[in-house]
Design a protein around this ligand. Structure first.
Ligand code: AMP
Length: 112
């Protein structure tokens, strides 16, 4: 998607502080962290939002969780982190390329 900021990060057209990359998935630090550890894990396939995930995407979406948990451990928050997908403007989604937030390193009461 030519107008998608995360597709541009995947293509290397916009810089990001990468934590992980393979042929299907990329993880990078959030540019405006909301916790001491805050990074995003995305599929390279452009899907706008969780509501756009289809059965064919089940495996890679599971992989986001596995890679996110692995990176949380590697970055010192394996014992406690939040996993968040925002879906739609009403839920605060700002970037319309599906992404999984991993946040750790500070206490935060559910559901805030
Ligand atoms: P959401 O509100 O769920 O769409 O979250 C989008 C997230 O992407 C926010 O936490 C932003 O800080 C983050 N973000 C936007 N642009 C960039 C960028 N160029 N590099 C890293 N993170 C970004």
């Amino acid at each position: 998607m030519s107008d998608c900021i995360f597709c541009k990060i995947i293509a290397g057209d916009i810089p990001a502080k990468k934590l992980y990359e393979d042929d299907e998935v990329m993880a990078f630090w959030d540019i405006a962290p909301q916790a001491p550890v805050h990074f995003l894990v995305i599929p390279k396939k452009h899907l706008a939002a969780p509501v756009d995930v289809e059965e064919v995407d089940d495996r890679v979406i599971g992989k986001l969780i596995r890679i996110g948990a692995q990176l949380a451990k590697e970055n010192g928050v394996g014992d406690g982190f939040r996993v968040i997908f925002n879906n739609g403007k009403k839920a605060g989604q700002e970037v319309f390329h599906i992404h999984m937030h991993i946040l750790g390193g500070r206490e935060r009461p559910w559901p805030l």
